[in-house]
Structure formats: structure tokens, C-alpha cells
Design a protein around this ligand. Structure first.
Ligand SMILES: Cc1cc2nc3c(=O)[nH]c(=O)nc-3n(C[C@H](O)[C@H](O)[C@H](O)COP(=O)(O)OP(=O)(O)OC[C@H]3O[C@@H](n4cnc5c(N)ncnc54)[C@H](O)[C@@H]3O)c2cc1C
Length: 428
């Protein structure tokens, strides 16, 4: 079922469940509801896998290996399990999944409001409304690029981009580029742009350093096998902090190389501290860069200690011997400020994270920071409303493609119980 060619419909349709969003998470939930014979519809403002089609840069590859791309009843079946999917491959994977599970997706149907009714929710779209007992918010965690307010003080002659508007270095002029943020996105873009010959500076705040390969195996293999990705939200000490951690410095390439600040420094990328302020075209950077990097090295080594401990416990005998990576080494005195124009900066890329867009949600479930209040995806004080795809929703793997498999199973069970309960109340 697709929305193409349909005429404008202003009527209201009933469904037990409306799923908002046909990314991998919404589709996985659709499959779980079909398994439980729950009638539902998936509403999608664009096409299936819309965010992968429209919001990613050209050279991006998944940082999770192909063998890890698995959804309920579906998994990667190509000939390169240790490779990393390109964007067309991700789009193909998710579209094939939608077809394989025969998901009831209505494409080109944007949800404009979700409100409460006496017996559930009313979901309004630009193509009619749905009345439903339960609603699943699978509209994504990365709908809007987060840009700090100091961006408003950037001189107008400088082009500002985000990872959602950047496509490739070909679109940039020959002037220097300042990348703000050193998560997976920031380091990947600094690397890519510097290789085209443009001078690149990267402003580095808190970051997560990880090697691509450790003791001969992909770091994702280690995290998976050692059970780290299965740690539940109620097992994590500081959940708010853990949910806001930046993505690890990883890249998916055919040579399975690592990407870190040492590598960027050796390439010739200039590394400065976190951007703290901007005034009269002068950007100022934190002097705490060395400490920030020491902390990232320390945390990486703690993780490797934990992996080594696990490997010893399970007597893993086919891995290479434990070793440690060179600490982060930086220029002795990175600049604490520079005038963007005098430096020849022509472009700033704000690789400073993303946040979801729930502007259409007319139900009081958001906290002061605009985040949904929930426990493991069961939305607080909104019976029958569920959330998917958020960081550490239920487990560390929740925001990855492979995280949907177990999360949707748990939440579909909860949703099923809710519908049963509602039916029994109506039968009284
Ligand atoms: C740059 C980047 C790299 C990533 N790399 C990896 C990786 O290597 N491996 C991995 O496993 N994960 C990766 N992720 C994380 C994760 O897989 C993605 O965020 C994923 O897209 C989340 O899936 P989702 O189904 O929750 O949301 P999305 O894929 O964003 O799907 C949400 C859907 O909802 C639709 N929608 C939104 N609002 C509305 C509305 N109002 N009405 C109707 N439809 C709406 C959107 O059009 C979209 O199709 C990456 C994420 C990003 C941003």
C-alpha cells in the first residue's frame, strides 16, 4: 500500500495502532504487530527510509558492519558480512524489508498533529485522520541538526552547513573549513574535506574514542559479544548522561581503518578545543583540549580492559593478544581563538548532534528540554503511546538498526496487553 496517486482524503479511519514513520524502527514494529494480528497503518511523510534518502551525505557508510544489520525476520544476506553499507545499500536494505513483511505503509503522508481522545488518539495528517487506541512514535531521533546559538554571530560571508545539508566537498569553495564537533560525523567530515586539499580545523569537545579493529576483530563484534550493547537502561548509572553521549569516532571503510585525532593530526588537520564563543567574527576555543583528550583515552582503555576481562573469562582463544593504542598527541599550543575571516575560513560545518522533531505532538509528554518522558519506550502519562529509536531507549543498542529487533518485541507485547486491557474494560 502506498500513498502515491491517492486523492486528498479528509475522512477519519479507525485502526488499533498508528505507527508514525517508515524507517527501520517503524517497519520492525509493523512486523511485530502483524505477528500479533493487530491491525495498523504506518504513516510516512516521504518514502520508506526517507531519512536515509534525503538527510545523509554522499560518502557516508554505516559504522556498524553488515552482519549486524538485522531486523525481525530479516538480516543482511550479501557476500560481505564484515563490510559497511553505503547509503544506497541501506535504502535498499530497508526498502526490501518493507516489501518482505508487506508493511501497510502510506507514503507521502505527513502527520501534522497527534491529540488525545476519550479512547486513544487522533492522528491528523495532510491526507486525512486516523482514530486509534495506540500510537507508536517511530519518527526518528535525528530529525533536526542541533546548532549552538553562537552560530547567529558568524559573519554572513561564511557558509554554514550541518551534516543534514552537507553532501560532498564539491559543493564547497576553496577556502578553509571549520568543523565543529568530533563525534563520528565531525571526524569523518574533517577527514574527507582535508583530503581534497582544503585546510581544515576541527573543534573538539567531549568525544568517544574507539578503534575500528581490536585484537583482530571489529569493535562492534566485541561490544556485541561481551554483552555491552545489551545493557539495559535500568543498569546504566547516569541514564541522562548516557543518552546524550556523542557517537563514537568510527568510520566504515573497505580497509577497516580507525579514525581518531592522532590520524587527523598526522594528515595536517588543525585540532582546537571546544568552541565556546563567537564575537565580532572571532571564534574562541576551550583551553581544556588536552584534558578532554586524556579523558577520552582513559575511557577507551577502560573499555578495552573490560573487553580483555570478558575475553579471559570466556577463554576466547582465537583473538590476538591484548594491546593498547597510542595516547592522543596534539600540537603543544593549539590556538585559543582566531578571526574566522583572517584565517580564511569559508565554511563552518556544525557537527554538533541532532534532536527529534515532535512539533506535531499535541500531548503533554515532553520535558523542559523537549524530550519525551518515557520508561523504556512506554511513554509516561500517555496510555497506549510508545516511542522507538531513541538513544538507550531500552538498551545500549536501541538507536542502532539492530536495536529494533528486541525493543519492538518488548513494546509490541506491552501494546498488545494494553489493547487487551482496554477491550476487557469495554466488555464490562
Ligand atoms: C549520520 C548517521 C549515521 C548513522 N549510522 C548508523 C550506523 O552506522 N548503524 C546503525 O545501526 N545506525 C546508525 N544511525 C542511527 C540510526 O540507525 C538512525 O538514526 C535511524 O535512521 C533511526 O531509525 P528510525 O526508524 O528510528 O528513524 P528514521 O530512520 O529517521 O525514520 C523515521 C521516519 O519517520 C518519518 N517521519 C518523521 N516525522 C514524520 C511525520 N510528522 N509524519 C510522517 N512521517 C514522519 C521520516 O520521514 C522517517 O522516514 C545513524 C544515524 C545518523 C544520523
Amino acid at each position: 500500500m502506498t500513498g502515491r496517486g491517492r486523492t486528498m482524503n479528509t475522512s477519519t479511519t479507525d485502526a488499533s495502532t498508528v505507527i508514525i514513520g517508515a524507517g527501520h524502527a517503524g517497519l520492525a514494529m509493523s512486523r511485530r504487530l502483524t505477528e500479533r494480528s493487530i491491525d495498523h497503518v504506518v504513516l510516512e511523510r516521504g518514502e520508506v527510509a526517507h531519512s536515509w534518502r534525503t538527510e545523509r551525505w554522499d560518502s557516508l557508510r554505516l559504522l556498524t558492519p553488515n552482519w549486524q544489520s538485522q531486523l525481525p525476520g530479516f538480516r543482511y544476506s550479501g557476500g560481505d558480512p564484515d563490510g559497511y553499507m553505503t547509503m544506497p545499500e541501506v535504502i535498499g536494505f530497508i526498502s526490501d524489508y518493507a516489501a518482505a513483511i508487506d508493511a501497510p505503509v502510506l507514503t507521502e503522508t505527513a502527520v501534522t498533529r497527534v491529540g488525545v481522545t476519550d479512547d486513544g488518539y487522533r492522528v491528523t495528517t495532510d491526507r486525512g485522520s486516523w482514530s486509534c487506541a495506540t500510537v507508536v512514535l517511530a519518527s526518528g531521533a535525528c530529525n533536526i541538526a542541533s546548532v549552538p546559538s553562537l552560530a547567529t554571530a558568524v559573519p554572513t560571508a561564511i557558509l554554514m552547513l550541518t551534516p543534514m545539508s552537507y553532501r560532498s566537498p564539491d559543493e564547497l569553495d576553496d577556502r578553509g573549513v571549520l568543523v565543529v564537533g568530533a563525534s563520528a560525523t565531525g571526524v569523518q567530515l574533517a577527514d574527507e574535506i582535508h583530503r581534497t586539499g582544503r585546510p581544515v580545523t576541527i573543534a573538539v569537545g567531549e568525544h568517544v574514542r574507539l578503534p575500528r579493529i581490536y585484537r583482530g576483530r571489529d569493535i562492534q563484534w566485541w561490544m556485541d559479544a561481551a554483552g555491552i550493547l545489551d545493557e539495559r537502561q535500568d543498569q546504566v548509572d547516569d541514564l541522562v548522561r548516557a543518552r546524550n553521549l556523542p557517537s563514537p569516532q568510527l568510520i566504515g571503510t573497505s580497509d577497516r581503518r580507525s579514525i581518531d585525532l592522532n590520524m587527523l593530526h598526522e594528515l595536517g588537520v588543525e585540532i582546537v578545543g571546544r568552541m565556546g564563543s563567537m564575537r565580532d567574527g572571532v571564534a574562541q576555543f576551550s583551553g581544556g583540549l588536552a584534558n578532554t583528550c586524556r579523558l577520552a583515552d582513559l575511557k577507551m582503555n577502560r573499555l578495552l580492559d573490560r573487553l580483555d576481562g570478558w575475553a579471559a573469562d570466556v577463554a576466547l582463544d582465537d583473538a590476538e593478544t591484548p594491546h593498547r593504542f597510542r595516547p592522543t598527541e596534539l600540537a603543544t599550543a593549539p590556538p585559543l581563538e582566531f578571526d574566522l575571516r583572517r584565517r580564511g575560513i569559508g565554511t563552518i560545518i556544525w557537527a554538533t548532534g541532532y534532536h527529534p522533531d515532535f512539533s506535531w505532538l499535541d500531548v503533554p509528554v515532553l520535558d523542559r528540554k523537549g524530550r519525551i518522558r518515557h520508561h523504556g519506550g512506554i511513554v509516561d502519562e500517555a496510555p497506549g503511546m510508545y516511542l522507538l529509536g531513541a538513544h538507550l531507549l531500552r538498551r545500549r543498542r536501541s538507536s542502532f538498526i539492530h536495536g529494533a529487533e528486541r525493543d519492538t518485541d518488548d513494546l509490541a507485547t506491552s501494546l498488545h496487553d494494553h489493547l487487551d486491557h482496554q477491550r476487557s474494560l469495554h466488555a464490562l
